[in-house]
Write a protein that binds this ligand. Sequence first.
Ligand code: ADP
Ligand code: MG
Length: 142
Amino acid sequence: MKERTLAILKPDCIKAGFAGKVLDRILQAGFELVAMKLTKMDVKTAGAFYAVHKERHFYGELVEFMSSGRCVPMVLEKENAVEDFRKLIGATDPAEAAEGTIRKEFASSKQNNIVHGSDSPENAKLEAAFFFSEAELIQNKN
Ligand code: ADP
Ligand code: MG
């Protein structure tokens, strides 16, 4: 069954001019675009998106980074989308990411790691709704 995940091309990806290359890798891996936008999160929005990490030592810097420039949230569809997308991007820290993964190829640090991917189908739904309206998510249904 087709599943959806929420991805974000993070500000480091956009600033480095990697958006096209990374999107190409995603599409070539068989993910279909359901919704996509260019946006800039303010501190409050980035803080809310990563609220689950509020107590972590890196939260403040993460929020600063994610609100430091434009980013591209997108909803992607594929069989087993959540797990397959996490495989495609690789481990959080590019130093630990497998060969051939997006983070291994493009990311510069554990924080500046190019792309976000939901970690469960439940979170994918919540994260998609964080950026896109119900209408945007329904109108693009195949
Ligand atoms: P992932 O994005 O792989 O799901 P997490 O959910 O654990 O990773 O963390 C969210 C984001 O916070 C990471 O993608 C990364 O940008 C940042 N981050 C995670 N751990 C650290 C850390 N130890 N130091 C700095 N930034 C971190
Ligand atoms: Mg995560």
